[in-house]
Structures are given as structure tokens and as C-alpha cells.
Design a protein around this ligand. Structure first.
Ligand code: GLN
Length: 380
């Protein structure tokens, strides 16, 4: 394997899902729903295939989808963007992240990450030859240590990566935090790359897009996807919204990474994004009921449960059970309890920082959640 990827292993999500199957354990690890997306979206995909929408799509997106994305962004943020010039459709948000980083970051540029961070950020920054600067968010509230952020920014800082609502903690960046980061970015000429794939799973606070803050649209790439919002994680439809001068870089990288994204799925995605507001309201209330089952169950089983404002993840401290670290705890949990969680140490540059924490997801049907909770109450 190339040096730039030497330190990375099989992703933790793949590892844990493989173990779940092997041990017949209930999988509350990898974040994918065990229920299907809505029928009207699936039907739209079938129809698009039948209608012959099966050849390469336009590189930066099927026109209908670009415009549906721009319309939704306007509803969500109040910002008017040009669907033809400022929206790029990608193969999932993971590709949007890769295209953004590879298209806008030079080798040696410094990029700031907040740990714990989603694993693809570090790997993709490494492929781009970026220098990673990491700031750790700590429990219980995972708030941004502003002084540390100030002292981490240098004249070589090119971008700050933000993820809100945040995987794996469920933290939502507060308006105050975003405003402070925005000011620092403007003072130091720094870009923001923001991953907002859980924006519709904001339970305890309103989601705020960095791009909507004064002066920030010009220096922000906003990334999102269809997967979480429409329970279709396997479709891999994502996008990046950015001003023309940044979109140029994103599109150049996208052209040579994947060239274009699945045509019929883009047509179906354009139908999905035109869903009435009631769709999102129902999604949220369904997830709130699931969240309650898991949170109550984890507390009853004896974990220290940290508050999660958004996403479908919950972070807990497993130390009441006396294991050495997160990996040892998760191994026991799979083998002896029959439940899979994600050890969080892989989400830190320094794995020690994550050793007390594990992540559970509640994107499963209620029966599955109750069964998992029951096992943990009885066997832990
Ligand atoms: N985003 C999903 C999670 O955090 C995993 C995606 C993947 O397996 N790469 O669980």
C-alpha cells in the first residue's frame, strides 16, 4: 500500500459490521438504518431506470437534482445559490469530502480537524498531503476550546473542517462557536469545509449552517447527502455547495475521481428532495422515539451517557464496567453480550483520548433497539 495510506486499516465500520455478522450480534455500530427509505423515492428510481435514464449523467449533476439541492439549501439557510455554477453532485458526501480536499488543498497546507472526527477526513487529508492539526473536543459537552483554536491557526492554515451535527458525539456546534470560528476564518483567510449530513436529525437545537453566517458563504464548502435523511445510505448521492471560485476546485477533483454519479439515482434524489416538510417532521419524531429507547436503556444498563443533540449516535463512557479501553470493551460486548458498538479511539489522532468512549447508533427499528438494550441490561 502507498505510504500515504500505510497507517490506515480496514475502516472500523467494516470491521465491526463483519464481527456483528460473525457473532450474530445486534449491530448498533455502523450507522445505517435497518429499515428502508420511502416508497415514493424508490419508485422514482425504478421509473428513471425504466425510462432509460441510464447513461452517464452530466459531470456536476443531473440538472433537476442541482436545482432541487439549491432549492432545499435556500429553504434551509436563506441563501440563493446558482444550481448550475455552485452545486456539484458527488457519489455520497464521502466523495464530496474527497473532492473538496483534493481540489482545494495543496501538499503542506495545514487543515484543522476537531477530534473525535469521522475517519475519512484524516485519510483523505493524508492522500492530499495536508498537514493535520487536531483540536480535541472533550466530554461532557464537547465544546470548542477557543483559545486552543486561536493558537492552532497559523499563516499556513488553509481550512477548518466542521461536522455539525457531529459524528460520533451528537454535538451540535452552537451559534456562538460558529461565529467565533467564522471571525477567526475571516481574520486569517481560512476556508471552512462543513459536513452537514445529519442536518435533518437535529433534535435538541436548530441546525446552523456555517455558510449562512455573515461573510462566510464566500469561504465555505457545504457538504450534504441523501443517505441519512432518506434512509438510503447505499445510494451514495451527495453534494457540495460552494461559491464559483471554490466549486472550480471541487469539480476538477470530482471529474477525475468519479466523473459523474449514478444517473437514475440522481433523478430519484431530485424527487426525494422535493418531499413536503411533513416528511422531515415524521423522520424526526420517529428518530426521537428510537433515541429515547436507546438512551434510557444505556442508562439503565449502567453507562455514563453523554447528551447528544443531533445525529443518530450516542456516545457513552464504558468505564463503570472496568475494561482497559474501548476496543477491549467492544470485544466483550460483541462476544459476551451480543451487541456491536463502535470504539471511538479511531476517531482521534491520539487513540488514548478515545479510550473511555464508545458509540452506539439508534438508526434501527424499535424491536432491534429493545432487544439490544435487554441484552445489555441482563449481561453487562
Ligand atoms: N457514516 C457511517 C457511520 O459513521 C459509516 C459509513 C461507513 O461505513 N463508511 O457509522
Amino acid at each position: 500500500v502507498a505510504k500515504r495510506l500505510e497507517k490506515f486499516k480496514t475502516t472500523i465500520f467494516t470491521q465491526m459490521s463483519t464481527l456483528a455478522l460473525k457473532h450474530g450480534a445486534i449491530n448498533l455500530g455502523q450507522g445505517f438504518p435497518n429499515f428502508d427509505g420511502p416508497d415514493f423515492v424508490k419508485e422514482a428510481a425504478i421509473q428513471a431506470i425504466r425510462e432509460g435514464k441510464n447513461q452517464y449523467a452530466r459531470g456536476f449533476g443531473v440538472p433537476d437534482l442541482n436545482s432541487a439541492i439549491a432549492t432545499r439549501f435556500r429553504k434551509d439557510t436563506g441563501l440563493e445559490v446558482d444550481p448550475e455554477k455552485e452545486v456539484t453532485v458527488t457519489s455520497g458526501c464521502t466523495e464530496a469530502i474527497a473532492a473538496t480536499i483534493l481540489g482545494l488543498i495543496n501538499p503542506g497546507d495545514e487543515v484543522i480537524l476537531f477530534a473525535p472526527f469521522y475517519d475519512s477526513y484524516e485519510a483523505t487529508l493524508s492522500m492530499a498531503g495536508a498537514k493535520i492539526k487536531c483540536i480535541t473536543l472533550r466530554p461532557p459537552d464537547f465544546s470548542v476550546p477557543i483559545d486552543e483554536l486561536k493558537s492552532t491557526i497559523t499563516k499556513n492554515t488553509r481550512a477548518i473542517m466542521i461536522n455539525t451535527p457531529h459524528n460520533p458525539t451528537g454535538k451540535m456546534f452552537t451559534r456562538e462557536e460558529l461565529e467565533t470560528i467564522a471571525t477567526l476564518c475571516q481574520e486569517n483567510d481560512v476556508l471552512v469545509f462543513t459536513d452537514e449530513v445529519y442536518d435533518k436529525l437535529a433534535f435538541e437545537a436548530d441546525h446552523i449552517s456555517m455558510a449562512s453566517l455573515p461573510g462566510m458563504y464566500e469561504r465555505t464548502v457545504t457538504m450534504n447527502s441523501l443517505g441519512k435523511t432518506f434512509s438510503l445510505t447505499g445510494w451514495k448521492i451527495g453534494w457540495a455547495i460552494a461559491p464559483v471560485h471554490l466549486t472550480w476546485g471541487v469539480r476538477q477533483a470530482h471529474s477525475f475521481l468519479t466523473f459523474a454519479t449514478s444517473t437514475p439515482m440522481q433523478w430519484a434524489a431530485s424527487v426525494a428532495l422535493r418531499a413536503p416538510e411533513t416528511y422531515y417532521e415524521e423522520l424526526k419524531s420517529d428518530y426521537m422515539a428510537k433515541k429515547e429507547i436507546l438512551v434510557d436503556g444505556l442508562k439503565a444498563a449502567g453507562f455514563v451517557v453523554y447528551p447528544s443533540s443531533g445525529t443518530y449516535f450516542i456516545i457513552v463512557d464504558h468505564t463503570p464496567f472496568g475494561f482497559e479501553n474501548d476496543v477491549a470493551f467492544c470485544e466483550y460486548l460483541i462476544q459476551e453480550v451480543g451487541v456491536v458498538a463502535i470504539p471511538t479511539s479511531v476517531f482521534y489522532l491520539n487513540p488514548e483520548e478515545g479510550k473511555n468512549l464508545v458509540r452506539f447508533t439508534f438508526c434501527k427499528d424499535e424491536g432491534t433497539l429493545r432487544a439490544a438494550v435487554q441484552r445489555m441490561k441482563e449481561r453487562l
